[in-house]
Design a protein around this ligand. Structure first.
Ligand code: BGC
Length: 390
């Protein structure tokens, strides 16, 4: 059976600044990665050198047949010292936005994707006095370069950020399944909600802009008898962040896997097929996430799939995963859910927050020469995008 997607559907690929640009030296994570005894096994270093090679990356996106690119602006570059905005960095990101327009690509621009300037963390981060207004000031400084951009994501995965904050406070290490993490630090969650609202207020002055945030959807599923535990588990880690979006211009859905909750918490799917991140291979996650999101925020808020993909060394598995995920997405759309586009994570094999091993890319990158090599999955995905058919 052929599945057809609507005309004007956004077909894209996504990245984030810290994961692809390289040498994000003013950021908080650069300091963490380069500490004498770092808590992460590998550093981002030069990453994919996309800070310099972005025109080549945009050419790849266009030549594959995609019509959209999601990337993030790095706060630590734009404001490396408090209150001092770099005009040269603003011009850099404006060139990227115009580079998208010139190639007929719709830019989807994220203003905050996990990293903050080192000075912001040192000053106490989101919950410090003035933390939220610092972010508002940063967003205000970006307004002149966002002219003509339709899709703006304020903060990427605030729920992950708040959960990671809670773990760092408790001195715990990163669990390999996001949804199995301890509940978020509620003060950080509240500050991020405030920061999102502040950003939306600033962006409201831009004609034609749609602003929203992107939430990590974890497909919580109840094991027999654990319906109530699952609802509680999901509320703090996911639903409170979705509910905030009920008046937004769109909501970004990001889904990779599922988490089954039993009476004693998350159940380890030991026997399940796993991906390189250790997550269960579960491409049905996307359909579940889209349906859950639409139930929470209401059908009036359009959905953009801002991330979905798989870490695998077997590129045929990427096609299998993505085909199944898109089939599920089409089913949800056929039931009336308003989905405007699909942005695959990720364009490039990039720095996966501490490690280079989990490869999510449609395109591989030689870490010494930075040569980009298109994988067969990218060609397959480009064909789906060109034809609008699966
Ligand atoms: C993040 C990405 C990350 C991806 C795969 C999302 O949590 O937004 O930065 O690379 O998932 O782990």
């Amino acid at each position: 059976m052929t599945t057809t997607f609507p005309d004007g559907f956004l077909w894209g690929a996504a990245t984030s600044a810290h994961q692809v640009e390289g040498n994000n030296t003013s950021s908080d994570l650069w300091a963490v990665e380069n500490a004498p005894d770092p808590i992460v096994p590998e550093r981002s270093g030069d990453a994919c050198d996309s800070y310099h090679r972005w025109p080549e990356d945009l050419d790849v996106v266009r030549d594959l047949g995609l019509n959209s690119y999601r990337f993030s602006i790095e706060w630590a570059r734009v404001e490396p010292t408090p209150g001092r905005t770099s005009r040269a960095q603003l011009a850099h990101y404006r060139r990227m936005i115009e580079g998208c327009f010139e190639r007929g690509l719709t830019p989807v621009v994220t203003l905050h994707h996990f990293t903050t300037p080192a000075w912001f963390r040192a000053a106490g981060g989101w919950t410090a006095e003035g933390g939220v207004s610092r972010f508002r000031d940063y967003v205000r400084s970006l307004l002149p370069i966002l002219d003509g951009v339709e899709w703006v994501c304020t903060i990427n995965e605030p729920n992950m950020l708040a959960m990671i904050s809670a773990m760092l406070k408790r001195g715990e290490r990163h669990e390999n399944v996001a949804g199995a993490m301890p509940p978020p630090d509620q003060d950080v969650a509240d500050a991020l909600i405030g920061a999102h609202r502040a950003a939306r207020e600033e962006l409201a002055g831009l004609p034609g802009v749609r602003s929203g945030w992107t939430v990590a959807n974890q497909n919580f599923q109840a094991a027999a008898g654990a319906e109530e535990q699952t609802a509680q588990w999901s509320h703090s880690r996911e639903d409170q962040f979705l509910d905030v979006a009920e008046d937004d211009d769109f909501i970004g859905v990001q889904a990779y896997t599922r988490v089954v909750i039993g009476l004693d918490g998350p159940q380890d799917p030991e026997s399940a097929r796993k991906t390189l991140t250790g997550w269960e291979f579960y491409p049905e996650a996307l359909e579940g996430a889209v349906r859950h999101t639409a139930r929470r925020v209401g059908t009036a808020v359009p959905i953009l799939v801002t991330e979905n993909g798989i870490a695998t060394a077997d590129d045929a598995e990427r096609v299998e995963y993505t085909r199944t995920a898109l089939t599920g997405l089409a089913r949800a759309m056929a039931d009336g859910i308003d989905v405007r586009g699909y942005l695959h994570w990720s364009l490039l094999d990039n720095y996966e927050w501490g490690s280079w091993t989990p490869t999510f890319g449609l395109v591989s990158v030689d870490r010494e020469t930075f040569t980009r090599t298109i994988k067969p999955s990218a060609r397959w995905y480009g064909e789906v995008a060109r034809s609008g058919r699966l």
